[in-house]
Design a protein around this ligand. Structure first.
Ligand SMILES: [Zn+2]
Length: 204
């Protein structure tokens, strides 16, 4: 995670428990624009948003900000979201299902034949209209449909080139507001799904 101190959220780590804290001031221009994750005057402390057991700060931050990006994308409710991650697909589907009611597919590699078959059956042209990439942003750009949406966490990702994004008419969306994400998903449900998702990822 790049300097979490420059964000509207903070992370308190105690052993293998991560507590996410809302540090947004609520008054600066990003906060006023509904982008409190990018608060320019974060407070030292604030209310706790969610506490996740058995997980490190980096994966918790990556998943939370990735989920915030999916929420911020305002996708049509029935569109398919492809999640590129090395975590177990079952908890990933539950986790992303907290912010998106439509179909969620999860796979480490978008070239997987099984996923290609599923996409061919569930989309018009075999490509996902939206992709969330936990690490491999360039793979997401290749996997998403033309004119589609690539959701990225605030984490170390290999950024897609401007040319790739422009040529394929993509929209790239990042995190916006973790407070609203937690409020609408439910802190307990979010903590549980994050715990199982992160815990299932052997490569984290
Ligand atoms: Zn602020």
């Amino acid at each position: 995670m790049r300097s979490s101190s420059a964000r509207g959220v903070g992370y308190r780590v105690a052993g293998s428990t991560v507590t996410v804290v809302d540090r947004a001031c609520g008054a600066c221009p990003p906060c006023q624009a509904g982008r409190s994750y990018w608060c320019s005057r974060p407070r030292e402390a604030g209310p706790e948003l969610v506490t996740v057991d058995g997980a490190g700060q980096r994966p918790v931050a990556a998943w939370l900000t990735g989920l915030s990006a999916v929420r911020a994308a305002g996708l049509p409710p029935h569109s398919t979201v492809l999640v590129l991650s090395t975590a177990d697909p079952t908890p990933v589907r539950e986790l992303v299902g907290l912010v998106h009611p439509g179909p969620v597919l999860a796979i480490a590699d978008a070239r997987d034949p099984g996923i290609r078959e599923t996409l061919a059956a569930t989309t018009d042209n075999g490509r996902a209209p939206a992709v969330l990439a936990l690490a491999a942003a360039r793979s997401a750009v290749r996997a998403v449909d033309r004119g589609g949406v690539v959701c990225l966490p605030d984490a170390e990702v290999d950024p897609p080139s401007v040319t790739e994004v422009v040529q394929r008419e993509l929209t790239v969306v990042g995190p916006r507001d973790l407070t609203r994400l937690v409020a609408t998903s439910g802190s307990a449900a979010l903590a549980d799904a994050l715990h199982r998702t992160v815990g299932s990822d052997g490569t984290r």
